[in-house]
Write a protein that binds this ligand. Structure first.
Ligand SMILES: Cc1cc2nc3c(=O)[nH]c(=O)nc-3n(C[C@H](O)[C@H](O)[C@H](O)COP(=O)(O)OP(=O)(O)OC[C@H]3O[C@@H](n4cnc5c(N)ncnc54)[C@H](O)[C@@H]3O)c2cc1C
Length: 590
């Protein structure tokens, strides 16, 4: 059986990993448009220095990432250790706001699933909660656990920020803004369903520390060795191959009440990326038009056409086609490319609703800073709610150091350039972040007085830092989807980032596409138990899709997928009873 996996991100690679292990003679092919695998989690260095790598953002592993942890135990990294052995705890959390500098070792209370630990932690930091905050927090906690699935999913059309709008100033700061940034999401777009689903999951933890990461850049530690391992197991990975078109056929049979489409072939651009940034922009605007006119509904298409011409085929000899109707096709593309190649209503809506902006600025210091643990610093007093990770320590860089700075709030004006993060060029973004950092009490206590910097006034070396800091290079592929648009005067990213936004749940695909005979989905935005658009959900989807394919091919060596809701006997029973009662109330009274 021939399998075509469209896209070489974690979702597609996980599926290939488990299918190739299942010994069922699958002929597995992956087509990836970049020259490296890893998708949105990829890292790359233009100079090929370990420490010069950059990612869109750091990639953090939560302790509930049971599927990802299992998978990393099966992959051998560059040094013959497993990838799992390269996972290191982020074991020092510093919170800085205008009143306090609070340092918490080992675990952050904000990543805890214990309500009591969270309330106690916030109290200890001096960020006092009101009685009403605590009441609301308890209410959300218990609602998340006790309501039925159907009601929880209906919260897809409510913003998380709306159900928490009555929190006090500190309640908002600690519960709403901090937690969302911990999750790498823009809290202003986040759906209540997504956040409550996270609270509902209560897995057997796979790690002792709440948050971890890899002790090296992710391609070196994980993806590059994984590619070799997959190829050794017979998987064919074609990089620099961009899928330009998916051809679809519908054979209408008068006896068939619900006819389904077949993918009959895919057309691939021989030379990798054909699209420039502008090109993609125009196409995505095209998708918007199609969506608003409503003409791309799959059901309408089924009724009116037997073959859908989806996008411009690349010209003549620059492309080739592959596949047949009897093959299996796996969508492991990001939402933008799914919408571009199969522009049906649901996929276009998912793409348009799931957009977020997210990036990091990586600062390179010519010396080692002496934080001696893997530190996360949350700068609550900054206009952009900046969060810093001590990358140099984690990646064990010698002689130089790296601080990676993430931006939490994109629509508030900064203090140096007085522009929002979106309105800045990349250079202004880097300058502005550093300026905001330099105004914090964290900076005054930890960076300015840092032993290794004690003879230097960082205010004076500030321009040097700006010059030596690591601004992603424009000609560098990894950033090609993140550009300053001169016309609109803002930074724009066309590669979709997260899909945990309001109203996205209903459009997310399931494993086997109901409208196609031969299309499956294996992506981080699949409907999964994890639910959050993250590396874990991409791995979970990959495992489920593998089992679904095995089942449909009558094989039975299924992969084990751990349960995310492990409540214990008594608590489990209570949840089951309340959820059943709530189901009937929801179904018959609403
Ligand atoms: C800024 C940022 C920070 C994040 N931080 C975290 C974090 O801390 N922890 C966490 O767990 N997750 C994090 N994530 C999310 C995580 O990276 C993603 O959920 C996950 O990598 C998505 O995997 P995927 O396989 O579903 O899709 P993708 O990674 O999007 O893979 C899709 C692949 O398809 C390829 N492709 C697209 N179009 C074509 C085409 N036409 N032809 C051929 N190939 C094509 C792409 O190049 C890509 O390789 C973050 C994501 C971003 C962007």
């Amino acid at each position: 059986m021939k399998i075509h996996i469209l896209g070489g991100g974690i979702g597609g690679l996980t599926l290939a990993h488990y299918l190739s292990k299942s010994n069922n003679n699958f002929d597995i092919n992956i087509y990836e448009r970049n020259d490296i695998i890893g998708g949105q989690a990829r890292s790359k260095s233009p100079l090929n220095h370990d420490y010069e790598h950059s990612e869109y953002f750091w990639h953090t592993i939560g302790n509930g990432y049971l599927n990802l942890l299992d998978l990393t135990k099966e992959i051998i990294s560059y040094d013959d250790k497993t990838v799992y052995e390269h996972i290191k705890p982020l074991n020092n959390y510093i919170y800085s706001n205008e009143n306090i500098l609070f340092n918490e070792k080992e675990n952050s209370f904000l990543t805890s699933t214990s309500l009591w630990t969270i309330i106690k932690g916030i109290y200890n930091t001096g960020g006092y909660l009101t009685f009403f905050d605590i009441y609301t927090l308890i209410k959300i906690f218990f609602q998340s656990k006790f309501i039925c699935r159907e009601r929880l999913d209906s919260y897809d059309n409510i913003y998380w920020k709306d159900i928490t709008s009555k929190f006090s100033k500190y309640g908002k700061l600690w519960i709403v803004e901090s937690t969302s940034i911990f999750l790498g999401m823009d809290y202003s777009k986040l759906s209540a369903q997504c956040m409550m689903n996270m609270i509902r999951n209560n897995p057997d933890y796979g790690l002792n520390n709440s948050f971890c990461s890899f002790n090296g850049n992710i391609n070196k530690v994980w993806f590059d060795p994984w590619k070799k391992q997959l190829e050794k197991n017979g998987v064919k990975i074609y990089t620099n191959k961009e899928i330009k078109k998916i051809e679809v056929e519908l054979k209408v049979n008068e006896y068939d009440e619900n006819p389904k489409l077949d993918i009959i072939k895919i057309i691939i651009n021989k030379n990798g990326y054909s699209s420039t940034h502008d090109d993609i922009e125009t196409k995505s605007r095209g998708i918007l038009d199609i969506t608003s006119s409503g003409s791309a509904s799959l059901q309408d298409d089924i009724k009116t056409t037997s073959s859908i011409n989806i996008s411009d085929a690349s010209s003549g000899s620059a492309s080739f086609d592959i596949g047949s109707k009897d093959d299996i096709y796996i969508n492991s593309l990001d939402t933008e490319n799914l919408a571009k190649l199969l522009p049906y209503n649901d996929y276009c809506k998912l793409y348009n609703l799931s957009k977020q902006t997210q990036t990091q600025v990586l600062y390179k210091f010519p010396i080692k800073l002496d934080f001696n643990c893997n530190t996360i610093i949350i700068l609550q007093e900054t206009n952009w709610f900046l969060m810093i990770r001590h990358e140099g320590n984690l990646w064990e860089t010698k002689e130089i150091d790296l601080l990676s700075c993430g931006i939490g709030i994109w629509d508030k004006k900064g203090t140096l350039h007085t522009k929002t993060a979106k309105e800045c060029t990349r250079k202004e973004l880097a300058e502005e972040c550093w300026y905001q950092i330099s105004q914090t009490i964290f900076y005054k206590n930890h960076i300015k007085n840092n032993k290794s910097l004690k003879d230097k006034d960082l205010y004076n070396i500030f321009p040097n830092i700006i010059e030596t800091l690591y601004i992603p290079l424009p000609e560098w592929d990894i950033w090609s989807s993140f550009q300053y648009n001169e016309e609109n005067k803002q930074l724009e990213s066309w590669e979709s980032k997260f899909s945990n936004n309001k109203n996205t749940w209903k459009y997310r695909p399931i494993l086997k596409d109901k409208s196609f005979n031969n299309l499956y989905h294996s992506t981080a935005y699949n409907k999964t138990e994890t639910n959050i658009f993250c590396m874990e959900s991409a791995v979970e989807a990959g495992k489920h899709t593998c089992n679904e394919i095995l089942k449909n091919c009558d094989y039975n060596n299924f992969i084990n997928i751990p349960k995310k809701q492990n409540y214990g006997i008594v608590y489990g029973l209570i949840c089951r009873i309340t959820r059943t009662i709530d189901y009937y109330i929801y179904k018959y009274l609403f």
